[in-house]
Design a protein around this ligand. Structure first.
Ligand code: AHM
Ligand code: MG
Length: 339
């Protein structure tokens, strides 16, 4: 049997690689692991009665919140508040950022932006959902309240990012900028164990993931790229397979392992796409690049976009390097034609 390395052991071992680091980021990552286990318990019980169903309130984007969204949001916020490493958070479920007022928190070096439960419309049909998180060093002074500039940082400044996928097994995947590692929750011992060391996304893939129901509302470049994906060409492994779970974390996770492209483009009804830059696109873009992949808005690198709003949306193309680059070629060609 291979030696089991738990998430906590792994984080402590990595900490030794940075002799001058204070250990705060390590403690924060451990807290995320614990919060994820608590949320996982709730997700597993989702079919059992009153946890299931809409909570009845709407978030800033006018979407009905499921009860579990609210529960997950609270679990992560409480964990950050009690940990002392985080001075404030922003999340999909809160209209504005929250600056923690406790003295312990004001001394925290980090802010966290997160989507507590992404793909939550999938909960009541027992399909995988996920938590996505993005961690930055604060730009405001330690001891002060966090301010908006701590949250509106460009993606390449992320100190760490990751996700938890609550699927047929539960996994936590994260990066601190030194590669990507995946940990699977071993339910009998209640520990995340290193199962996917040094994850690399294949340069080419055979899977495209897009809500094709929206294709008529997409620009011509997207349509012609999807035509390309469906074309028969044995040499380049086409036609590709279409796979769309409708849960970003699950679609991303599959493509990270198998190779593929995930697209949520601009549409005529959503000119900036649907996905949120700060707590959906940036963290997964950070992971994609750390694994050798690419993430763009169709024109520019996601991690270079300077955010202006907490809930800003961007078109999203992420996955295997050659596939994303090919999609961008199609977009550029069509743009040249229409100019
Ligand atoms: P959410 O944050 O409200 O759950 O929305 C994000 C989700 C992603 O997980 C998923 O990829 C996408 O929305 C699906 O959208 P659509 O149903 O428009 O294809
Ligand atoms: Mg979401």
């Amino acid at each position: 049997m291979r030696k089991i390395i738990t998430l906590s052991e792994y984080i402590i071992d990595r900490q030794a690689d940075f002799p001058y680091a204070s250990g705060d980021l390590s403690r924060l990552l451990s807290d995320i692991g614990i919060a994820a286990k608590i949320v996982n318990k709730q997700v597993n019980k989702a079919g059992l009665g009153d946890i299931l169903g809409a909570h009845g309130t709407e978030n800033i984007q006018g979407e009905t919140q499921q009860k579990l969204d609210v529960i997950a949001d609270e679990v992560f916020i409480n964990s950050f508040k009690n940990g002392g490493q985080v001075c404030g958070i922003a999340s999909e479920e809160n209209d504005g950022y929250l600056a923690f007022e406790k003295d312990l928190c004001k001394k925290g070096k980090y802010v966290v932006l997160f989507d507590p439960l992404d793909g939550s419309s999938n909960i009541d049909v027992n399909v995988s959902i996920g938590t996505i998180f993005s961690i930055y060093r604060r730009t405001s002074s330690i001891g002060d309240l966090a301010n908006v500039n701590d949250f509106l940082q460009v993606g390449y400044e992320q100190a760490a990012a990751g996700y938890v996928v609550y699927g047929s097994s539960t996994m936590l995947v994260y990066s601190t900028g030194h590669g990507v590692n995946g940990f699977t929750l071993e339910p009998s011992i209640g520990e995340f164990c290193l199962s996917h060391p040094n994850m690399q996304i294949p340069e080419d893939g055979k899977i495209y993931s897009i809500n094709e129901g929206n294709l008529a509302m997409c620009e011509e470049g997207v349509k012609s790229y999807i035509d390309y994906c469906k074309e028969v060409d044995k040499q380049s492994n086409r036609p590709y397979s279409a796979r769309y779970i409708g849960s970003l974390v699950a679609d991303f996770h599959r493509n990270l392992i198998k190779g593929g492209i995930y697209i949520y483009p601009a549409t005529s009804s959503a000119p900036n796409g649907k996905l949120r830059l700060l707590y959906e696109c940036n963290p997964l873009a950070f992971l994609a690049e750390q694994a050798g992949g690419v993430a763009t808005d169709g024109k520019q690198r996601i991690l270079d976009i300077k955010p202006t709003e907490l809930h800003q949306r961007v078109p999203y193309y992420v996955g295997s390097k050659n596939m994303v680059e090919k999609a961008m070629e199609y977009l550029a060609e069509q743009e040249a034609v229409t100019k």
